[in-house]
Each structure stands twice: as structure tokens, then as C-alpha cells.
Design a protein around this ligand. Sequence first.
Ligand SMILES: [Zn+2]
Length: 389
Amino acid sequence: MITREDIRELAAFQSNGDSCALSFYFQPRTPQNKSHKEETILAKDLVRQALREAEQHGKNACARDDLERILDVASQLHGNRAKAKAVFAAGSKSLWREFDLPPHLPGTQLFVNRRFHLKPLAFLLGGQPKLCVALVDRQRGRFFELRLDELKERGGLFRNLPRGRSEGYAGYDGGHAERRVANEYKQHYKQVADRLKDELEGGLWEKLVIGCHDTNWSEFEANLHPYVRQRLVGHFPADVASLTNDQIRESANHLLRFSLEQRRDQLLREALEQAKGNARGVTGLRRVLRSLEMGEVQTLLLGENYAAHAVECGSCGHVDAHMVPFCPLCGKATRELADVCDAMVPMAIRRDIELFYVRPDPEFDKVGNIAALLRFRTGQARTPIAAAS
Ligand SMILES: [Zn+2]
């Protein structure tokens, strides 16, 4: 499964001269596929088409060997496989990376460019935290890691409870046994809560989902440490002993998606509001690019279908929304970017900027379908000093 380090490596890659960076995405079973052609056949057609262009027009000629190799990969894919696939290749740099991905890509696609096309990856990973799923009842604690649809169990805790009232005597002894049981499961809850706290402190995860019987939830929740509670995405009703991995994954993913959507909407409103007051928000390509280059951006928000022309300086890397032939910063020649996202998305990944894609939204559309929430605003910090001098 792909890691953040893998994605950073791809984002840092830039070919120089005539070499190519090739990105191939395979999505099994696309609902939009009306042609009823097998996805694998579509994938092979796509690669063959690029190969023909390489041979006839010299276009993408730099990628010919990689294309041949991708054709091999595509030939071995089966339409009924459960996972999507991504291949990134730059033969000139001896770079070849293959990843299985959850089958939620927009479609099967092939890109030959100077950089890897990372939008589908960013789409998949946007805002995705390291997620812990813990299942708890009065005796058991089970701990899982959930990343990109892959659920891994990381062990558990089990406590033998002393026999309860039904087996004891009525009256004093019965009550005593009951208190002992209550004490045992309180200890158990505390142990589970302590482990969660240790794991959070150790950087094992960032967000938490808990599966727990509704009847046990309030007695368990009271044990959570305040900063563990801050990381809680939600809880779902669960029978710890009988729940299957698929059910765990589905319930946790559902809660995570909901919370990510809420967070995205909240950040969007905040960015738009802050931009109106010239505070910690900017909108429009020109201002967002400037803030990105100043290192001010905390969260980047892009419309799902956002694309725009821009130029990039071949020397210092400056990206400009105006189609200027020479770089305004260093004076060297610029080159055209068919889509500014090809430069902007890797920039966001390299700098650990949180990236969200936003569904069509009228208010966002008015400001150009691009906005950023800032950590700070350089210009403003200077204003009082300038005013004083
Ligand atoms: Zn420059």
C-alpha cells in the first residue's frame, strides 16, 4: 500500500530536458463506463494509442520503453480485480513504482508529462489521517489500523471477569461479586484508554474511531483522556466478538468520510470568510499561488474540476497566473503549463499542505473555485511596522 513517503518522492520528481514522467491509473469497474468494454481492454487501448503517437509523431517518444512495460502490466490486469492500480515510470531516471489502491479512482487514465500526475492520488488521500479503530466491550479491546481501505489488527487486550451474581449467593455475597465484576471491567476500560493514550503519544495514529455496544459507550467514554477524546471522529455500535473485518472497515470509513466532509466544508467557509476580511484566507489563482510561494498556506481548497493555464519558470520554479514569457522574479524564460494543478498539487504534497477537493458550490464558484486558508499572512505582519516608520 502506498505511503506518504512514496507520495512525497513522486511529488518531488521533475524530469529535465526531454525525458518523460508517465502516470498510469487503472480503475476496475467504472460505473461511468457506458461502452461495456472491459476496463482492461480500455486500459490496453489507452497505452497502445500513446505508443502509436510515440512512433508516428515522435510525441512521447521518450516514454516508449515505459509504455511497452505498462502494456505488459495492463495485459495482466483483470477487470474483476477488487483493487485499482497506479504505475509511475520515468525510464530515464530508472524510476518505476507500482501501487495497489482502493478502487475509487475517477477512471482509467494515462498521462505523459514532465511531472507525475498526482491529482487522483491527492483526491484519494486528501485529508486522510492515520486512523485507529478500537473495538471495546467489558472484557475485550481490539486495536486496528485503517489506511486506504486496508484494515490491520494490531493486537488486543482481554480480561477474564470473575463469575457474577447468577452463580453466587443472593444477598451480601451476590452484591459483593457484582462489585468485583464492576471493578474488573472498570480496570479493563482504564487499560484500554491508557493504551490509546500511549499510542497517540507515540505517533501511531492521528484520529480515532471506536466500536462499542451502545450500552457500554458512556461507561467507557468517561475513561478517555481529554486529548484522546479530541481526536475522536465518532463511535459505532459493535459486537466485539462477532464483527467481521468488512463490517469494521465499512463502519469506520463511513464515520471518517462524514467527518472529512464536515471538516472540508468548515475549512471552506472559514477560508472564504477570512479572505473577505483580508485575514487568514485568500481566493483566486493569483493570490493562492503567491501565498503558496510565501509558505503561508495551511489548507488548499480546489474545485473538483479545477484547471487553469499558467506559466512556470524553468530556472527558479516560480509559477505565474499571467502568461508572461519571462519570469518576473529571475528574468529567465518561462514555459506553459496546460494545467497549473500539475505544479500546484506536488507543491502542496511536498510541503505537507492539507489538500481538499470541493464539490460544485456556488459561493466557491464566484471566487474562481480555488482558495487557501493561511497559517499566517506575511503582508499583514509587516503592516504595523510599515505604518510606524
Ligand atoms: Zn524564475
